[in-house]
Ligand binder design. Structure first.
Ligand SMILES: [Zn+2]
Length: 224
């Protein structure tokens, strides 16, 4: 179900935008709940991991349905959740990249030809199926200031020194509008928990260097 349909059926959902993509697409955020505890879930930071978007949309639909019917979701009452938590969901951080991978752009569009030109420098990466980056060839997940220099060192050593279908950290941190939007959004809030959905198969990453919060693994298993 798309965002407009969800909002029509569940008018208590609050829909707004945290910014825009390179191609001017709004980066939608949907808020469920009015509580003081703030939580953020994100999907499709990586273009070819777009299945995380329908996953989050389905979750939103389920939790909204539970709210209307005063039911539990994963053992917790949905109305209680609504009152205690503000759950923000950004289902698609990288809409331009997802449009490329899912075949939305015609082959003579700027978006497609530009991406193809970038991908031609990396013939080992299938096109467009191996595309993870934003439409300008920047990996949005590697754009954040936290650990950027280290990521740059690792990825440059692997040959990702210019725009690429994946793994190019950018010429500096926070140059891609999608990453900037997410970064600014997190600064405006006080999130107790942030989950960013990725998928490479049956694996869940919960660690971040030596700064992993103590209950990350348990939270991860509980939610995922
Ligand atoms: Zn990913």
């Amino acid at each position: 179900m798309n965002i407009n349909a969800l909002k029509t059926i569940y008018p208590f959902l609050d829909v707004s935008s945290i910014g825009t993509s390179v191609l001017g697409r709004p980066l939608r955020v949907i808020k469920f709940g009015t509580g003081t505890k703030e939580v953020l879930y994100c999907g499709s930071t990586h273009a070819n991991e777009w299945i995380t978007t329908p996953l989050l949309m389905r979750f939103l639909e389920n939790i909204s349905k539970s709210y209307v019917n005063n039911l539990n979701i994963f053992g917790v009452n949905a109305r209680e959740l609504f009152n205690n938590v503000s759950l923000y969901i950004v289902p698609m951080v990288n809409p331009d990249g997802v449009d490329l991978v899912t075949g939305f752009f015609s082959e003579n569009s700027w978006a497609y030809t530009n991406a193809k030109r970038i991908a031609d420098n990396f013939p080992d990466i299938p096109f467009p199926n191996g595309w993870k980056a934003n439409i300008e060839g920047i990996d949005l997940n590697l754009q954040f200031p936290a650990g950027w220099d280290q990521a740059k060192e690792i990825k440059y050593a692997q040959g990702f020194t210019k725009p690429a279908p994946r793994d190019f950290v950018g010429y500096g941190p926070l140059t891609a509008p999608e990453s900037v939007a997410l970064y600014n959004f997190t600064l405006r809030h006080n999130f107790s928990l942030m989950i960013t959905y990725h998928t490479q198969g049956r694996v869940i990453y919960y660690q971040y260097q030596d700064q992993t919060p103590p209950n990350s693994k348990e939270n991860c298993w509980r939610i995922c």
